[in-house]
Design a protein around this ligand. Structure first.
Ligand code: BMA
Length: 796
């Protein structure tokens, strides 16, 4: 395209781990040089401009070339480009001198005289570092309530040298727009150039899209300096995705809706929240990302929120999402804190935001830009005990950062997507209240985050009937096979130092026990390792069952307004993935293994799902459908006594209309009638299962409703579970047999990588076939010898 030369070195190998040596004054202040020698043959050619470009430096460093300081870096999310034309020689030394991020953050906080910017430090249970809000760096790298403190340091993205004459293309993006009244699509093709010639450069640009038989040629003139050209190309015949965030009055409900209209249709957003896949970003490969994102899609998720305490993900992340159909709610990287707004800081953020939007805006997967995580809530709820007279300063800072800077840049760079300032927020209502709502958790507006570790999670009435649930969750422990890799036998108990150390959420281990105890018997085995494994299993069962209940509540609340609340149009549980091997809210363990929750998600996010709940002694079943057409189906409601694999009674309701993209009641019966109808049943002795069935094998997952806590269940017998394994092409078939009804049947093949078609299920039939999809080569023998089968009554 132009007369330029790009040379590229991948320098990720230079990434340094945290250096913990002590400087003279006792603080960690280290200047650590990483020296790279580069041979660049430029002698035969005179270039007008030669740039040394760092796609990402983590974080505070001085950059030198041939002992000449080129500049400094202090923002991990920026791209840095240094003009080296006058310094470059035939043989060159690039030197990157790092300063400890921890010391830098502390120093910045000390220098910030105007007012304090809390929180100073994370809670002690996180064993983290302080003042992370003073450095533009992955916020969770100083620790989080699910993650360790590894304040990494190094060159974390590509480095290259660009040499060119005349002009050079810096950013290139394509954004589709639809003009409603003309019913016409056009593409905005934007190119940002650095023009080094002193005169304008005129030329022709041809946009050619062979697949759409589109070709248009434009006369362009590039002016000296950095600038952009925007070409508008009309497109026929083809459709691009559109996105609208709909906030409008709802009949019968105060407040406003909050939902995404994608391609003209309201879409219920189903998914989870994404955190960094590793404490060390250089370990996150394409395969890691693909495995995790594919697991999200396989669990029937259609969206993820890239949470604001991590990183803007690498290009491949968004490529995969574009490809497999995962929509992204993209936060800017600010979380759970207040932030400074001094000039240097703002300039750095401005550069970061325009760089990231320019880099990412061509990805159709991104459907929303969101300013921060929970910072509106932090001020509104006064998390940091700011005295009332000082509040105004912080509100001003908030508006300056997220509205006057970030929002302004986003709107000027990308007009194709909505922007919200925070999550949770009341959306337009927050805007009306000066960008900070009195109660950003108001169920009548915007999105909510909801956590409650003190109530019974099986009781749906504790959950907020929100417009959009963008965070909610419960913790569990990862599998023994995952923990085993980073621990030794003395660690294998629920109260070991290891178990306490890895728990970064205050009271987390106790909260899990309390939640388990409500409905299950706690493990009592005299064998400590067995007891630990039983405990892990129960935390996963509990987490899966809690989040199932909560998610099903959000899904069945999508079409109703009850007491002014409802029309819930999103359920993103906290959190998808893990950053290390530890207890957390994740459904995917570090390494990608599916917890029981992830298997449950596959069912509770299924496009067609019957959901039951109890209200004032009545059992209600709703059909939840994401399909775009109505279906006539049969609802099967089956009641079993816990003591027998033979059903007590079966009811088939034919001709049930399952409405497209809705959640509607399809069945209602008082529990006492149901128990009477199914002779000899009591709440403790029986269980209800139900599914929707159509023709040609069209069927929902089989769902269930417990009529009592399982610790009170009467008639449950310890089962003999067995499995035979065989290979079928690239998969393995597990044929399971049971001698009695078995709740939460779990197959575990230890460290063999792969996932089952179903897991953690209720077995009410003698036989069940489960498929294992390996992620790496394995064998029948290996699977057989690693297999553990567990169901609830194996916990002793
Ligand atoms: C939310 C998140 C995270 C946190 C999670 C669990 O507030 O935004 O900050 O990890 O809760 O506590």
């Amino acid at each position: 395209m132009s007369d330029f030369l790009v040379m590229q070195w991948l320098m990720s190998a230079l990434s340094c781990p945290l250096l913990t040596g002590k400087a003279g004054d006792g603080r960690r202040s280290l200047v650590v040089p990483s020296v790279l020698q580069v041979n660049l043959h430029v002698s035969d050619r005179k270039w007008q401009k030669v740039n040394l470009v760092f796609e990402g430096v983590d974080t505070v460093a001085q950059i030198l070339l041939n002992n000449v300081t080129l500049g400094r870096t202090d923002n991990m999310f920026n791209r840095y480009s240094f003009d080296i034309a006058r310094v470059i020689q035939e043989v060159n030394f690039v030197e990157v001198r790092f300063l400890s991020a921890v010391s830098y953050a502390a120093e910045q906080s000390r220098c910030h005289k105007a007012h304090s910017i809390p929180p100073a430090c994370p809670p002690p249970v996180q064993q983290g570092e302080c003042h992370v809000n003073f450095i533009r760096k992955e916020q969770c790298s100083f620790s989080w309530d699910w993650g360790p403190s590894f304040p990494t340091q190094g060159i974390w993205k590509d480095v290259r040298i660009e040499a060119y004459n005349h002009y050079h293309l810096i950013y290139f993006s394509i954004t589709p727009f639809f003009v409603k009244n003309a019913q016409q699509w056009y593409l905005e093709v934007e190119s940002i150039f650095d023009v080094v010639s002193s005169k304008p450069i005129a030329g022709l640009v041809t946009v050619n899209i062979p697949k759409l038989q589109t070709q248009q040629t434009f006369n362009v003139k590039l002016q000296p300096g950095e600038g952009s050209i925007v070409l508008l190309v009309n497109i026929n015949k083809v459709y691009f995705r559109t996105v609208e965030l709909v906030q409008e009055p709802i009949p019968g409900s105060p407040g406003l809706s909050f939902y995404f209209r994608i391609n003209g249709r309201p879409i219920f957003i189903k998914g989870s929240n994404w955190i960094p896949a590793d404490s060390f970003q250089d370990r996150v490969t394409y395969d890691t990302l693909r495995l995790l994102l594919k697991s999200a899609a396989d669990a029937n998720m259609n969206a993820l929120r890239v949470w604001g305490g991590g990183v803007y993900e690498q290009d491949e992340f968004y490529d995969i999402c574009d490809e497999i159909g995962i929509m992204i709610w993209q936060d800017f990287m600010f979380a759970c804190a207040l932030y400074p707004t001094n000039q240097n800081y703002l300039e750095s953020v401005r550069a970061e935001v325009s760089h990231q939007v320019r880099r990412l805006k061509s990805h159709p997967s991104i459907i929303l830009w969101s300013g921060n995580n929970e910072n509106e809530a932090a001020i509104a709820g006064n998390w940091f005990s700011i005295p009332a007279p000082d509040r105004g300063v912080y509100i001003k800072d908030y508006v300056t950062l997220y509205v006057k800077n970030i929002r302004e840049i986003v709107l000027s760079e990308d007009k194709s997507r909505p922007f919200v300032a925070s999550s949770p927020t009341n959306g337009l209502e927050s805007v009306k209240e000066g960008w900070l709502s009195q109660d950003p958790y108001d169920t009548h507006y915007g999105d909510t985050h909801f956590y409650d570790y003190n109530s019974d999670c099986w009781n749906w009435t504790v959950y907020p009937r929100t417009r959009f649930a963008s965070e909610y969750g419960f913790q569990s422990w990862p599998s023994f096979s995952t923990i085993e890799k980073v621990s030794s036998p003395e660690d294998w108990s629920y109260t070991s130092n290891f178990s306490l150390h890895r728990q970064h959420h205050e009271g987390g281990n106790i909260q899990m026990l309390q939640e388990i105890e409500r409905h299950f018997k706690l493990p009592q085995s005299p064998d400590p390792v067995k007891k630990f494994k039983d405990m892990i299993y129960l935390t996963q069962v509990m987490q899966a069952q809690c989040i199932k209940t909560e998610t099903e509540f959000y899904r069945f609340s999508q079409s109703e307004i009850i007491n002014g609340e409802g029309h819930t149009m999103g359920a993103l549980y906290w959190q998808l993935n893990d950053i290390w091997q530890a207890p957390s809210w994740a459904s995917l363990e570090y390494g990608g293994k599916w917890k029981l929750l992830h298997y449950f998600a596959q069912n509770f996010f299924a496009p067609l799902l019957p959901v039951a709940y109890e209200d004032k002694g009545m059992l209600h079943i709703y059909s939840v459908s994401d399909f775009h057409e109505d279906h006539k189906l049969t609802l099967r409601v089956v009641v079993h006594a816990w003591s027998s694999l033979e059903p007590v009674c079966i009811l088939a309701k034919e001709g049930v209309t399952v409405k497209a993209q809705s959640a509607l009641p399809i069945y209602k019966e008082s529990i006492s009638d149901l128990l009477e109808r199914c002779r000899n049943c009591t709440r403790k002795s029986c269980i209800v299962t139900f599914c929707l069935v159509g023709e040609d094998g069209f069927q929902s997952p089989t769902n269930y409703y417990f009529l009592s806590s399982l610790k009170d269940a009467v008639g449950l017998e310890k089962t003999q579970l067995s499995a035979s394994v065989s290979q079928q092409d690239d998969t393995y078939i597990f044929v399971l047999q049971t001698t009695a009804i078995a709740p939460f049947v779990t197959l575990d093949v230890g460290s063999i990588k792969g996932r089952f078609s179903d897991n953690g299920f209720l077995m009410t039939e003698k036989k069940k076939v489960v498929v294992f999809y390996p992620w790496e080569p394995t064998s029948v023998e290996e699977l057989e010898s690693s297999l553990t089968l567990t169901s609830l009554l194996d916990v002793v």
